[in-house]
Design a binder for this molecule. Structure first.
Ligand SMILES: [Zn+2]
Ligand SMILES: [Zn+2]
Length: 96
């Protein structure tokens, strides 16, 4: 079965001091690994903050690259969710 990267084994990877920042709100890429391609907001200094892109806020506009990156990320999340659901249906845990 295909495995799409980040699945965290229960209880052994994360520590309270090493919280993953999670994917960028805007481009969907990993903020921690500098994969995020979003520019710094000239208004508030935020980076990858979807609020900066709300009309009437900071005035940032998503670039085609950001939209494409986001679409790619969503496709990967969806594939991962589908794979998990399929695994669950094929092999449901006895207790949940
Ligand atoms: Zn980003
Ligand atoms: Zn901003």
């Amino acid at each position: 079965m295909a495995n799409f990267g980040w699945s965290y084994p229960a209880g052994c990877r994360s520590t309270p001091y090493d919280e993953p920042a999670g994917p960028c709100d805007v481009c969907g890429q990993d903020v921690d690994s500098d994969a995020c391609i979003c520019p710094e907001c000239p208004e508030c200094g935020g980076c990858g903050d979807s609020r900066c892109y709300v009309p009437g806020k900071c005035g940032l506009v998503r670039s085609p690259e950001q939209l494409q990156a986001r679409a790619d990320a969503e496709a990967a999340w969806k594939a991962e969710a589908d794979a998990e659901r399929l695994a669950f249906e094929l092999d449901p845990p006895e207790t949940w």
